[in-house]
Design a protein around this ligand. Structure first.
Ligand SMILES: NC(=O)c1ccc[n+]([C@@H]2O[C@H](COP(=O)([O-])OP(=O)(O)OC[C@H]3O[C@@H](n4cnc5c(N)ncnc54)[C@H](O)[C@@H]3O)[C@@H](O)[C@H]2O)c1
Ligand SMILES: [Zn+2]
Ligand SMILES: [Zn+2]
Length: 367
């Protein structure tokens, strides 16, 4: 079968991959569609300390092909979204509904594929860029047949990461204000979750001006070009301390929440500068392992501001994915509109160019 393999230096579409049979609690999923998340590019660029050669991709939906003899919640023919968390299901974190903290979800690499007799790793416990893949039963979330699989695929990472950051990691309240840096597949989902929560000022920032229309379609109330030097002042103008002063004592004024979906040092610095008293920066973007950021200590103590990170929306997939699909079916969040373009797997490089240009919400690869 076909798949996209990163060998440690280059990435190529190969034919001739084989996949082992499922163990008792494993599922083979025939991939219908897979979104290209920025983390896939980071993997292809060698940014992550994970083994290769590996089959890329981690944001997918498809049809169950085969199940192990102990799998009970899905069966062949079911439509599923694949979550990347191969959680153990038994530890204190899993039991507490926080499988993103389950220690079994990191470093559990395996080699379910072979190519010309050579074992090939999975990526993010998922490997979505292949005609079929092998995952743990807990990773498969069953969805209704009427949800288009191209839209459902994006829920596997970008959607849960963005919405979960708002619903789970942060606790955004009705009437609050937020700024979102990076209007990509993740940032758009932060924006629409903020709207669901009832945030009344939602400022989107991107370095690609064409993202303004998308940001506003998903619920942004303002858009700022991320390249402008006076970005922080522009935020103060939107959310001033009072009618006469853009900023008050200890930098009062600004927004309650800043979601950093970029992870560039200047972006994180600006995010902290944009906060009102008691505001919080939520860092979602993933930078290199040794990347650092700077900020003023005084902003944190004066007064009660914070910076927190968020992995995979702090979601519990079997709880949060059906909730998000329900919001979609009720018309409260957009999924179809996230699919800017679909590319048959043979044209996967066009999907990469679309993501690199910053022009797409999501480019989706189909099988
Ligand atoms: N924490 C997690 O679990 C998790 C999960 C998925 C993705 N991610 C990370 O989140 C980030 C975003 O992913 P994505 O798939 O949405 O990427 P994307 O490429 O779709 O979107 C990124 C957006 O940021 C914009 N941008 C770039 N530099 C900017 C700047 N200086 N200021 C403002 N905007 C800027 C780009 O134009 C683009 O629109 C990546 O770092 C990705 O690896 C993290
Ligand atoms: Zn666990
Ligand atoms: Zn991702």
């Amino acid at each position: 079968m076909k798949g996209i393999v990163y060998d440690g230096s280059t990435t190529a579409l190969v034919d001739g991959l084989t996949l082992r049979d499922p163990g008792p609690r494993e599922v083979v999923v025939r991939i219908a569609a897979a979104g290209l998340c920025h983390s896939d590019l980071s993997y292809m660029h060698g940014l992550y300390p994970v083994p290769s050669p590996g089959v890329c991709g981690h944001e997918a939906a498809g049809v169950v092909d085969a199940v192990g003899n102990a799998v009970t919640h899905v069966q062949p023919g079911d439509h599923v979204i694949v979550a990347t968390l191969a959680a153990c299901g038994f530890c204190q974190y899993c039991m507490d509904g926080r499988p993103t903290a389950c220690r079994a979800t990191l470093g559990n690499w395996s080699q379910p594929f072979t190519l010309d007799g050579q074992p090939i790793y999975n990526f993010a416990a998922t490997s979505a860029f292949a005609e079929r893949t092998l995952v743990r039963d807990v990773q498969c979330v069953k969805i209704p047949h009427d949800v288009p699989l191209t839209s459902a695929a994006l829920v596997g990472c970008g959607v849960v990461t963005g919405m979960g950051a708002v619903f789970n990691r942060a606790n955004v309240k009705r009437g609050q204000s937020a700024i979102v840096f990076g209007v990509g597949g993740v940032g758009l989902n932060v924006i629409q979750a903020l709207k669901v929560q009832g945030a009344t000022t939602i400022i989107a920032v991107d370095t690609v001006p064409e993202k303004e229309a998308l940001a506003k379609q998903f619920g942004a109330t303002h858009f700022l070009d991320g390249r402008r030097d006076d970005l922080v002042a522009a935020v103060s103008a939107i959310k001033p301390y009072n009618a006469d002063l853009p900023r008050g004592p200890f930098n009062a004024g600004g927004v309650n929440w800043a979601f950093d979906c970029v992870a560039h040092p200047q972006v994180t610095y600006n995010a902290l500068e944009c906060l009102d008293w008691e505001g919080t920066v939520v860092v979602i973007g993933v930078a290199g392992q040794t990347a650092e950021f700077k900020g003023l200590y005084g902003r944190l103590t004066q007064v009660d501001r914070g910076i927190i990170g968020c992995r995979y929306g702090t979601v519990s997939p079997q709880r949060d994915i059906p909730f998000i699909i329900d919001l979609y079916r009720r018309g409260e969040v957009l999924l179809d509109e996230l699919v800017s373009a679909t590319f048959p797997v043979a044209r996967w490089e066009d999907a990469v160019h679309g993501l690199e240009s910053g022009s797409v919400a999501r480019a989706v690869i189909t099988f």
